[in-house]
Design a protein around this ligand. Sequence first.
Ligand code: SF4
Ligand code: SF4
Length: 434
Amino acid sequence: MKVYSFPRGGLSFIDPTVPPGNSSETAFLPVLSVIPLIQESGGRVSPLVSVGDSVREGMLIGRGGPGAANVHATVPGRVVRKVEWEDSEGRPSEALVIRMEGSFERLGRKEKSFSRAGLDYSELQRTLTDCGVVEMEGSGKPVAETLEALNNIKSPQTLVVRCVFDDPWLAADYVLCKERLQAVVEGSFIIAKAGGRIKHIVFAVSQREKELGKAMLAEASQYNIPSSMVLTGSRYPQGNRRELELVLRKYEKSENIDLGFLLVFGPATLAAVYDAVKYHRPVLDRYVAVGGSAVRKPRIMRVRIGKRIRDLFEECGGFVDVPGRIVAGSPLSGKAVLNPDEPVTKTSYAVFAILKAQAVDSPKRNCISCGECRNVCPVGLDPEELYKQIKISLSRPPGAEECHGCSCCDVVCPSCLPLSEVIMGKTLGGPRSA
Ligand code: SF4
Ligand code: SF4
């Protein structure tokens, strides 16, 4: 079977501190949960409860508005306080802290299932809104908003199920795919119906996970929307929207088909869509890869949203030595966690801690014009030249806007220059972020 890869640049990325992708473990229920009221997408939620109120498991405690999804209590308990902090990018955060008490209404009980037969797209979208389903692999944007925007796109539409594991820190998504394959596949067909005009589903699967792709395709054969599998390369950043679209357009051409507009969702989102429609279950938990050189027992955990990162590390055996840096996400695209009391959110696919000795920023040196950054840039940019122009003129030259911040250039630069940050316009040369 043909493998489709983006044409230039990129990296093969391995990290021995990633937890093994064999299976997941259910994390302990958090005594204290921190439920954010400002979401990754920037949207703000209106709280429906106050300090002192009791909440039930799965109860709606915050109503989303534009760009923000509904939020629910992930454990039963009492709201004990409201907290505020600034994240590592200086963005304000605000959350309700819930102390667990009382009995669970869903956990350990057989959940009532609901038929989706006869539901039209607007009813499905309403269910996704009610249950607070967001794009869990990236932006955190409410899925119902994304689907609503499809109404303005008249061309054919294809749902792309992104199972491209080009970054080892996507291990939790991989385990989710294996353990909840049926939910992921049915979730994709629910999206196809909720989107209204989606006529085709493509399972984009990295080459080394071919067997997983075949199993998905076999599961998909019972539904009446055409589906196919496209094998992609495994080189980072194959899963990025741009590189994924490049290879799918190649596939489209070689198969002489019209995929039209591509809507891309990952497995965590699709499993949440399935839970919402099948069980009216809000997003209460997610799979998270916990690891890094400072963590004693890296593992894949199924974690309640709101559990503090500090508690998650403790459950993984604590630290072998003092961590120098904690990051949510991947080393290539993650965000520094300044306070371990920050919670696991709907978009936290990984958290890792690295030893102090390894976390020291390498001193930046002058560019030696080795050309390595050019070799790995998947867009074909000249990061060296762009960086130098920005440092001289303090403005972004033409071409810089094409940079999608994959960080490949940063990884290979022997002078440790913060190329992507500067080219993306996030800084004019501050310390290297995680
Ligand atoms: S971060 Fe930007 S400049 Fe650097 S390799 Fe990626 S796309 Fe190219
Ligand atoms: S990789 Fe770094 S040192 Fe080499 S050319 Fe690019 S910016 Fe200069």
